[in-house]
Design a protein around this ligand. Structure first.
Ligand code: SF4
Length: 483
C-alpha cells in the first residue's frame, strides 16, 4: 500500500507524510505479581513508539492468555476484567506502529503459536530487510501465513528449524533474518530478549526490588512500574530470564554496535536513558551545539513542541536568547482523523499546533525542530508563526538533513518525497518560507552525544537516513511487507 494512502489512527494523513514515524515498543515481565498489568503500564509509557494497536500475552504456569486490540493502550486495556483475565507472573506486550503490514487485528503483536516444543509468544520492534524474500521461500515450503507482519517470519523460521530446543530454534531463526530487531519472547518457563547484532533498536533490562525482571524498549517503561534499570541488552545478545536469573548468550560471531542515532534526536522519550545517556541531556546538548554552529540575531527561541523543546532550551542557554513557548501543542487531537478534502486537510497542522501570539508578535524568532521530512508541516508552522506577527523566522534543525528513507523500522517517505534529498539548503529555506535555515552538523551531533566529533563516532551509530550509509544489507529494497 503506498504511504500516501495509508490510513492512520494516530493523526492526519498529512502528519504521516510529514513526520518520521516511530516504530514499536516492547515490554516483557518475568516473576512479578500482576505481570499483565505491569506490562500494560509499561506499554502505556511507550505509547509514543506506536499508537495503532497493542497486545499482551501472559502465562500462569499452566497456559497462555492473550488480548489484543486496535487503538491506544488505555483503550485496549481499559476494562479491568481484560487485565484480570491475563493471568500469571510473566507476560510480554507490544505497541504497534505499522512499519510492515496493514493495521489489522491479525497483525497485532505479540504473535502466539503452538509448536511441537510448546507454546511461544513473540513480539518485536524493528524491521526485517529480507522479510519478503524469506516469506516467499517459506510459503513455497508450505508455510501458511496468518498475518502480513514480518514478525511472523520469525515464527515460521522457528517452526521449521531442525534444532530441538526453543532457544536453538530462535537463534537459528535470528541467523537467517537481516534487519533491525529487538525481540521479546515468552515460553512457559522463560522470558527471552534478543537484540540484532548491530543493536539498531534499544532493549533494556530492569529488575524489581521484590524480585522479578523486566525487558523494555526504553527506561521510561521501567520507571512507571518502579523497576530498577540494570543495563542495556547488548547488540547481538540473547538473554534468557527465569527462576535461575538472567543468562546471557552471544550467538553472533561479530556483533558491531550501530545504534539508531535518531532515537536520541526524536524517537525515544526524553526521560529515557539510552546506552547510559540521558535522551533529554543529549537533545539539550544538540541545541547548544546548534547555537554555536549557526547562531543568529533574534529575540526569542521557540520550540516546535514537543520534540523540539529540549534542543530549543539548549539553543536558548548557549545563545543567551530568551526561550518562549511560542507554539502550543494540542495533545488531544483525535486519533482517527481522515480529512476528506484538501481544504480541510490543510487545517491539519493547526489542529495540532497553535501560535501563542503574545510570544511571537513583533519578534525575530528562532524556531527549533527535530527534522524536516517533506517540508509541508514546517511550511505551515512557519506561516502560522508569521501570521502571529513574527518579523523574522529562522529555523534550526537538531538533526542533519533527512535525505534517505529508513528501512530499519521507522516510517519515512521514499527519497523523492524528502525535501532535503531534492533541494539545496537555499531551496529548502525558500520552500518552507524562512529567513534562514541550518541543520546540526555531524560533528556537532556526535559531540552532543559525548564523542569528539564525527570521526570518532564513525561506525558506532546508524545514521543512514542522513548519510545513505546503510549498515544492514537491504535484501528486499522495499524492505516492507504490505497487505
Ligand atoms: S536509517 Fe535513520 S531512523 Fe533508520 S535506524 Fe538508521 S538512523 Fe535510525
Amino acid at each position: 500500500m503506498p504511504l500516501g494512502a495509508f490510513p492512520t489512527m494516530n493523526g492526519s494523513v498529512d502528519e504521516v507524510l510529514n513526520r518520521p514515524y516511530e516504530e514499536c515498543g516492547v515490554v516483557g515481565i518475568w516473576g512479578a505479581a500482576d505481570a499483565a498489568a505491569m506490562t500494560a503500564l509499561g506499554l502505556h509509557a511507550l505509547q509514543h513508539r506506536g499508537q495503532e494497536a497493542a497486545g499482551i500475552v501472559s502465562h500462569d504456569d499452566e497456559r497462555f492468555y492473550q488480548h489484543k486490540g486496535l487503538g491506544l493502550v488505555g483503550d485496549v486495556f481499559s476494562d479491568a476484567r481484560v487485565i484480570g483475565a491475563l493471568k500469571g507472573h510473566s507476560a510480554i506486550g507490544h505497541n504497534r506502529y505499522a512499519t510492515t503490514g496493514a493495521t489489522l487485528l491479525r497483525n497485532v503483536q505479540p504473535l502466539y503459536a503452538d509448536f511441537e516444543f510448546g507454546g511461544l509468544a513473540v513480539a518485536h520492534n524493528g524491521n526485517l530487510t529480507n522479510a519478503a524474500t524469506l516469506r516467499q521461500a517459506l510459503v513455497k515450503r508450505g508455510c501458511l501465513f496468518q498475518s502480513t507482519t514480518d514478525t511472523e517470519v520469525f515464527v515460521h523460521l522457528i517452526a521449521i528449524s531442525l534444532y530441538a530446543t526453543v532457544l536453538d530454534r530462535l537463534i537459528d531463526a535470528a541467523k537467517q533474518v537481516k534487519g533491525a530487531y529487538s525481540v521479546v519472547a515468552l515460553t512457559p518457563t522463560d522470558l527471552i530478549g534478543l537484540r540484532d547484532p548491530l543493536g539498531v533498536r534499544p532493549l533494556i533490562l530492569g529488575r524489581f526490588s521484590e524480585g522479578g525482571w523486566m525487558l523494555a524498549s526504553e527506561t521510561c517503561a521501567l520507571d512507571i512500574v518502579g523497576a530498577e534499570y540494570v543495563r542495556d541488552i547488548e547488540p547481538g545478545e540473547l538473554v534468557v530470564i527465569n527462576g535461575d536469573g538472567v543468562r546471557s548468550l552471544k550467538p553472533f560471531a561479530d556483533p558491531h554496535p550501530r545504534f539508531c542515532v535518531f532515537e536520541y534526536i526524536y524517537f525515544a522519550r526524553p526521560d529515557s536513558i539510552l546506552e547510559g545517556h540521558s535522551v533529554y541531556e543529549a537533545r539539550k546538548q544538540i541545541g547548544v551545539e546548534l547555537a554555536r554552529e549557526s547562531g543568529v540575531e533574534a529575540d526569542v527561541v521557540v520550540p516546535v513542541p514537543d520534540s523540539g523543546v529540549p534542543s530549543a532550551m539548549g539553543f536558548a542557554v548557549a545563545s543567551g536568547i530568551p526561550f518562549e513557548m511560542g507554539i502550543i501543542r494540542n495533545h488531544y487531537v483525535g486519533r482517527t482523523f481522515i480529512e476528506p478534502t484538501d481544504q480541510i486537510r490543510n487545517l491539519g497542522v493547526r489542529m495540532k499546533h497553535s501560535a501563542n501570539r503574545p510570544a511571537l508578535e513583533g519578534k525575530r524568532v528562532v524556531l527549533v525542530d527535530d527534522s524536516i521530512v517533506r517540508g509541508t508541516t514546517s511550511r505551515k508552522i512557519v506561516d502560522m508563526v508569521r501570521a502571529a506577527g513574527a518579523t523574522e523566522v529562522h529555523m534550526r534543525i537538531s538533526s542533519p538533513p533527512t535525505k534517505h528513507p529508513c528501512f530499519y523500522g521507522i516510517d519515512t517517505p521514499e527519497e523523492s518525497q524528502l525535501l532535503a534529498a531534492t533541494h539545496t539548503l537555499e531551496q529548502m529555506a525558500e520552500a518552507i518560507g524562512v529567513d534562514s535555515l541550518a541543520f546540526i552538523s555531524f560533528d556537532g551531533l556526535y559531540r552532543a552525544l559525548g564523542h569528539r566529533g564525527r570521526e570518532e563516532a564513525n561506525g558506532r551509530y546508524c545514521d543512514a537516513c542522513f548519510t545513505g550509509d546503510y549498515p544492514i544489507e537491504l535484501v528486499d529494497k522495499e524492505g516492507k511487507l504490505v497487505a
